[in-house]
Ligand binder design. Structure first.
Ligand SMILES: [Zn+2]
Length: 350
């Protein structure tokens, strides 16, 4: 019998999901989201909407094992310029591995999320004939200078990497391996649940419940029904009051703008929202709000652009050049354009 369901609710094609085929799954890269309290569906919504040049296949919290990119397609979960994956496995993680993210912190029940995370690793081990001792690798192992996951989330809850691997082996033995006692290997039930924005009257489910909890936390109570996971008239009225209070179009529907404002008010707005990046080309001598946006983003990723004054001067040009020099794919010309924008966006989201 299946122990957990896997929900396949794929994001649209874009920078996060190229649709490129993942030909062989040779290993698993274990991550945490690095964003305490952000649920599996919060992540899905973020990647679907913002489409950063970074992603992972599966996000796991205390309610969902949520695949947002099919296992047959590539996700962008480890930088290509991290060399360790090539040393260990002979191939870049993005080209040969499934990326699995643990959501944790705040209202997410750690034990429930962890159990699903362990189980899903065991399921992948079984499905692709992998070895749990050698074919599961932490993101922090592949990119030690920049990443601490998933040990960051595990250690906060008293679990070491080795204990995690032991737990995966145990679940693999008991749930999946025929000689380990399981009469039949567990086949997960796969459900294609789609929560399409905007949310409207009649929508139901975990995502609706989380939005209701967000409304309550931002001071828009639901006194009669509470966060019951059903988008009824009480929820609609609370959404309209929220929209009115924040100067949004008052239609009682939760679409991308209302969702983004909710997250902003909750103080969990993502860096992509905090750092808009201009779409145009900028070079030495340019001035204005667009130059300022580039400066703010550069500062956030520790490439000091000088004063945040909206003047694309020599210091800003130099910061862009230093940033570009990290990537073979970028011309080292100090000019901000679409390619540099893509990589800055990746850096901001990583
Ligand atoms: Zn990671």
């Amino acid at each position: 019998m299946a122990k957990y369901n896997i929900t396949q609710d794929y994001i649209d094609y874009g920078d996060s999901r190229s649709g490129e085929e993942l030909q062989n799954v040779e290993y698993i890269v274990s991550h945490d989201t690095g964003n305490p309290g952000s649920t599996a569906y919060n992540n899905r919504s973020y990647f679907d909407r913002i489409q950063p040049l970074a992603s992972a296949h599966t996000f796991i919290d205390d309610n969902y094992i949520l695949e947002i990119i099919p296992q047959t397609e590539k996700a962008w979960h480890v930088r290509y310029n991290a060399a360790k994956d090539n040393t260990l496995f002979g191939e870049d993680a993005n080209d040969a591995a499934i990326g699995v993210e643990l959501a944790y912190g705040s209202n997410i029940d750690f034990q429930d999320a962890y159990n699903r995370y362990v189980w899903y690793h065991a399921y992948l081990i079984d499905k692709y004939g992998l070895n749990p001792d050698t074919d599961i690798v932490a993101h922090s192992t592949l990119d030690p200078q920049r990443r601490t996951d998933p040990q960051n989330a595990l250690h906060q809850n008293g679990i070491s990497w080795d204990e995690f691997i032991q737990d995966v082996k145990e679940v693999y033995q008991t749930e999946f391996s025929e000689d380990g006692g399981a009469t039949e290997p567990a086949e997960p039930e796969v459900k294609g649940v789609s929560v399409e924005l905007p949310l409207d009257i009649g929508d139901e489910g975990q995502f609706v419940k989380e939005i209701q909890q967000d409304l309550i936390r931002t001071g828009f109570p639901l006194p009669i029904y509470g966060a019951d996971g059903i988008y009824g008239e009480e929820t609609q009225r609370a959404v309209m009051r929220f929209q009115s209070a924040y100067g949004l179009h008052v239609d009682g529907l939760v679409g991308p703008n209302t969702l983004a404002k909710l997250k902003e008010v909750l103080g969990s707005s993502s860096p992509a929202i905090d750092f808009p990046l201009p779409d145009k080309v900028l070079s030495l001598g340019d001035e204005g709000e667009a130059a300022k946006q580039v400066q703010r983003a550069l500062k956030d990723i520790n490439f000091d652009p000088g004063a945040i004054d909206g003047i694309y001067g020599p210091k800003t040009q130099d910061a862009v050049r230093r940033f570009q020099s990290m990537y073979a794919a970028l011309a080292n010309d100090g000019i901000y354009g679409p390619n540099t924008r893509k990589y800055i966006r990746m850096e901001l989201n990583d």
